[in-house]
Write a protein that binds this ligand. Structure first.
Ligand code: CA
Length: 255
């Protein structure tokens, strides 16, 4: 469902039920996005796509609505169109930056390179160029959220039982002992832990960890996954952490 700006406040984040075995304070609740876009044919399908990817998505069609909604829902990330009927997205960006460090992705028009430069100087984190696919926006949103979580001091640590992953320090410990992982193994584990309880498809893992939409042989993924399992002492026949969802992907589960 796509939330509208007239909907009453939703419960504070963290109210979502944590996955089994996940320490509640560190479980990842649904992340909240604010999509600011006045063109309905862009806004509605994109909002629906973001919702179906697991993001709570608030929408706003004007600069005024955007500022009101940002104050009300405290989004984890803002997708911001630059040409709004009652003002410029740049002004919205500047006003948001005055009061928070919320990640901002600009939705810019093709060829408007100056817009991108100004936006990035005003503190936007990234941009996507219209026309974009929902898939492209989702990938960009995830990447920016990941960077933001990693940059937050100590705030990004993920934990399940005695397994801990610190994105900022790029460190994994199991029962207090450091687990040596390669970069790809680390990123794969981080992706799975961030989505604890949810199936991560093989395609998504390839896209996010290997930056490829290469759907042919996925042997590379299997090799890294099996090394990761071995290092975590996870038995594929009776997994404690990483379950295989046959033909689809994997799911991270606590003990
Ligand atoms: Ca517009």
């Amino acid at each position: 469902m796509v939330a509208t700006t007239t909907e009453p406040d939703r419960p504070a984040r963290g109210d979502d039920a944590p996955g089994p075995g996940i320490i509640p304070a560190m479980a990842a609740p649904r992340q909240r996005l604010l999509l600011v876009e006045d063109e309905e044919p862009i806004r509605t399908p994109l909002a629906e796509a973001l919702e179906s990817e697991g993001f709570d998505t608030e929408v706003a069609a004007t600069a005024a609505e955007a500022l009101e909604a940002a104050a009300r829902v405290q989004p984890d990330l803002v997708l911001l169109d630059l040409m709004l009927p009652d003002g410029s997205g740049f002004d919205v960006c500047r006003r948001l930056r005055e009061r928070s460090a919320v990640p901002i992705i600009m939705l810019t028009a093709r060829g408007e390179e100056a817009d991108r430069i100004v936006g990035l100087e005003l503190g936007a984190d990234d941009y996507v160029v219209k026309p974009f696919s929902a898939r492209e926006v989702v990938a960009r949103v995830r990447a920016v959220l990941r960077r933001a979580a990693a940059a937050a001091p100590g705030g990004g640590e993920l934990a399940a039982g005695d397994l801990r992953l610190d994105p900022a320090a790029r460190r994994v410990t199991l029962d207090g002992a450091e687990v040596e992982l390669t970069r790809k193994e680390f990123e794969l584990l981080e992706l799975l832990m961030r989505n604890a309880g949810v199936v991560v498809t093989r395609e998504r893992a390839l896209e996010e960890v290997w930056d490829t939409a290469w759907y042919g042989s996925t042997k590379t993924l299997d090799v890294h996954l099996s090394a990761l399992r071995r290092k975590l002492g996870d038995d594929p026949a009776d997994p404690r952490w990483i379950q295989t969802v046959r033909g689809i992907g994997f799911r991270f589960a606590g003990p």
